[in-house]
Design a protein around this ligand. Structure first.
Ligand SMILES: C[S@@+](CC[C@H](N)C(=O)[O-])C[C@H]1O[C@@H](n2cnc3c(N)ncnc32)[C@H](O)[C@@H]1O
Length: 386
């Protein structure tokens, strides 16, 4: 039994469970893997909590039409805006994270052809080679421990060039090969999604080849080739990205749809989990520390409340608002995030009607770790402007 704090707009009873018959299962084909068929831009670099591209694409198809302006204020890896632009929609994307900014801009405005991408990479590598050799004593030890010193020097010089405005695609490619244990990556053996050294599993005494210099150039070119393997060029017409917290975000005055997955209430730690990539994006940024759980829960509720106000004002008549919400069971919560979202939208955006709820299992890799019994399902809350 799961309880919630507000009267449930579906069954109109307080502190009772949803009537499960109102929740429809996700189409079976959503569950099938799609990494072998999706546009390879989706695979530029990993991002925790990223939605599957085939689900994002289906939501865009179902709830918008060609030419529509689709808004995603929690864009993350830019999956929803990319699927929208690939399908002839316009996209307004935003996120608080600088990593999201790099990835979204790289995906939404990549070099138009493989040749162009290779040319830009070659000239950035040349420019990087002309920079002074970095003094590694100025680099924090937690960063140094991931790399062979010569690899790190090369990577730092390239990052200095990739950080220049307009070079987001190059930065995204660099971040995409920054850490992992495979030979195509730059770090010592480490995990891919979240940066942890795997020196216990792969000790240098037994795996000395994993601790040698890793040249940047061939790895970067291989990454570019992989990125253009199933390349589809997104439409650059009407595409915007804003780096902003939801509370300060200036949304377009009118938009045809909102499709978004808000940060799970307690689940993921975007600052900690991306700390190495964030450091390369901007070494001067204080580490992005996520708030404690109680504060995060309040931030989630405040964020959805602000968004509800913007939705009420900006969504066009008959337009859809789609929220993808992870269902989390937490010891100290008695509210499911989806129920919180439904309550807030119902109260703050009375023009929106809840049409449908679709439930889908979350694959193991995307489940959360901390203090949760685990996110087991994701709910797709489909609202429509009356
Ligand atoms: C579940 S993820 C979105 C994933 C995205 N749909 C994708 O496919 O990659 C939630 C996003 O919300 C962002 N976020 C967290 N707090 C935020 C805030 N206060 N304002 C704006 N964005 C925020 C995080 O940086 C994260 O990228």
């Amino acid at each position: 039994m799961t309880y919630f704090r507000y009267p449930c707009p579906l069954c109109m009873a307080s502190r009772r469970v949803h009537s499960q018959d109102r929740i429809k299962p996700a189409p079976q084909w959503w569950k099938a893997p799609c990494s072998h068929i999706e546009c390879s831009l989706h695979q530029l670099a990993p991002y925790i909590g990223k939605i599957k591209s085939r689900i994002a694409g289906d939501l865009v198809e179902r709830y918008t039409k060609s030419g529509d302006l689709v808004v995603d204020p929690f864009a993350g890896a830019g999956t929803i805006p990319l699927e929208a632009t690939l399908r002839g929609r316009r996209a307004f994307a935003a996120d608080i994270s600088p990593y999201s900014r790099i990835l979204s801009l790289a995906k939404l405005s990549p070099p138009p052809t493989l040749n162009e991408a290779l040319k830009r990479t070659e000239s950035a590598l040349l420019e990087a080679e002309s920079l002074p050799t970095p003094d590694l004593r100025t680099i924090p030890s937690w960063v140094r421990q991931f790399f062979h010193p010569d690899t790190l020097r090369e990577t730092l010089r390239f990052a200095a060039v990739a950080r220049q405005p307009g070079n987001e695609f190059l930065m995204a490619c660099l971040l995409g090969i920054l850490h992992h244990q495979r030979p195509g990556f730059l770090s010592y053996p480490s995990s891919h999604l979240v940066p942890y050294l795997r020196d216990k599993k792969y000790p240098s005494t037994q795996f000395p080849e994993m601790y040698t210099y890793r040249e940047l150039r061939p790895r970067l070119f291989a990454k570019i080739h992989r990125t253009y393997r199933r390349f589809e060029r997104p439409s650059s017409r009407g595409v915007t990205f804003r780096q902003s917290a939801i509370e300060h975000l200036k949304m377009p005055k009118r938009f045809n749809a909102l499709i978004t997955s808000p940060p799970y209430m307690n689940a993921l730690d975007y600052g900690r989990d991306n700390r190495l990539r964030l450091w390369f994006i901007n070494p001067d940024l204080a580490e992005l520390k996520d708030a404690d759980i109680a504060k995060r829960r309040k931030t989630f509720i405040d964020g959805i409340t602000r968004l509800a106000d913007k939705l009420e004002k900006g969504l066009t008549s008959r337009g859809y608002g789609v929220f993808v919400v992870g269902e989390e069971v937490h010891r100290s919560f008695y509210a499911h995030p989806s129920e919180v979202v439904i309550s807030i939208i119902t109260q703050r955006a009375p023009s929106l009607i809840l049409r449908n709820i679709i439930a889908d299992d979350i694959p193991d890799v995307r489940r959360t770790r901390r203090e949760c019994r685990g996110i087991k399902t994701e709910q797709f809350l489909i609202f429509q402007h009356s």
